[in-house]
Design a protein around this ligand. Structure first.
Ligand code: SF4
Length: 57
């Protein structure tokens, strides 16, 4: 499962830019997971999130 820690997310939109198939910013400018399908870009987004708000288990 891909998770976003909404407390940690600063809404920088990097995850959405890197992996729009899986991440979208919501109306509160927090990232949401829109697909749980695992792709290389999910790991890329996780590795590049500035606040480490994305976790995969
Ligand atoms: S990259 Fe991290 S901080 Fe930026 S919007 Fe995505 S989850 Fe939030």
């Amino acid at each position: 499962m891909i998770h976003i820690d909404k407390e940690a997310c600063i809404g920088c939109a990097l995850c959405e830019a890197l992996c729009p198939q899986n991440f979208k910013l919501n109306d509160e400018v927090k990232a949401e997971v829109v697909s749980q399908e695992m792709r290389d870009c999910v790991r890329e987004a996780k590795d590049n999130c500035p606040t480490m708000a994305i976790t995969i288990d």
